[in-house]
Design a protein around this ligand. Sequence first.
Ligand SMILES: *Cc1c(COP(=O)(O)O)cnc(C)c1O
Length: 460
Amino acid sequence: MTDLPSDLADDELIRSLAEGTPTTWIRSAEAALPELEDVMDSAAARFDRFAPWFAETFPDTATTQLGAADAGGTIESPLVAAPRARQRLDGLFGARLPGRLWLKRDDELPVSGSIKARGGFHEVLEYAEAVAAENGLDAADHSAYSSAQFREIAAAHRIVVGSTGNLGLSIGILGAALGFAVTVHMSADAREWKKTMLSDHGVDVIEHTGDFVAAVEAGRASAMGAERAHFVDDEDSVSLFAGYSVAALRLKRQFDAAGVRVDAQNQLAVYLPCGIGGGPGGVAFGLRRVFGDNAHCVFVEPSQAPAMFLGVRSGRHSGIAVQDIGLTGRTAADGLAVARPSRFIGPAIGSLISGFASVPDEVIRAGVGVLRETEGITVEPSATAGLTIPWRLGAAESDDRPAEAASPERAAVPWSDAATHLIWLTGGAMVPAEERARCVDEGIDLIERIASPASAVFSD
Ligand SMILES: *Cc1c(COP(=O)(O)O)cnc(C)c1O
């Protein structure tokens, strides 16, 4: 094993991460929100301005997930209860989860099929408005973006991004639909089909042999100093963050419509797959703004790539990479294959996060099988990272452990027994049939192994 940096070697939790052991860390989140108060509302207003354009350009966005008050054109995903998955996991873990299990189906987000449609689309729309305004068009008028005049202007502007795949897909598809030139720098982890799909949309794809950080660096360097170019910086973007945060406003409407209360007696625990931290960070910020202390967010990463977990725990944020503690950074969950966390998220909102968890690839891949068998849902591996965490936190009652003899882990969980558990499924709809079938077969074969090894649980 790699020697740990000397100041971290005494931290039992970091030793657990360095050994690749599935690890969870629960702590009390801070109540204070950072000074980013307005970004969620202004992003929500921007999505509303573009709704008629989406409804016209992408007809499958015209049907709403948000009820009668929504005229269509909203990029939103279903919220569904998952009683069969919960029952199956109760059986596999030999422990009954109190409270209810729900799924947020961002795997079904229209147009690009992943959570990146939230942040990525928002940044493209913000840039489109800036370009329209600079060129004397009425940026607030959605019909401007369907005009030949805007498309001609957009074609002379280039959007550049580095990605493990899904961010590139979101930025590429939407950027191209608006008429922009787009270049996506793809890391070695990116799936082949994602590159092909982007090329088919007219996007320039540049492949790199290095990891995600290298792809982002290459993108940044190419855009630097270039005229009429915009670099989407996944390591440090308030615009992406703002787009992700809008999910919380929509989620509140969906819980209201389903008759689910979130309050001090009925708290909400949300499990978010985490790569660089931007997606879960934006959503977590939004959830704390909308639900306050009654929402608890747990970020979940592959055990070989726990970048945010390590960054926040060590306090070094983007100053440390998983290789520094001897991990590989490699994972079958390509959307989470990130070795070094965002420069922005940890320092800005790290204190709002109630927990971190790491799980091995086998557990992530088995999750694909469980969701398919029980709920008939097919997602990409990255999406399932959070699925087992409610059980891994010891939140469940086992047959040989009566509820009154709560385990030490159980005592540390800050939410009540009646909590609503929400697993955020982050991607899947775009995966080609062949690859979906392969992931499902692999996942079903692994189901019986989903509960082991057990997680090491820490709290403070
Ligand atoms: C990008 C992504 C995530 C995590 O988002 P980050 O901003 O990288 O933390 C989770 N799941 C999927 C499927 C993704 O594509």
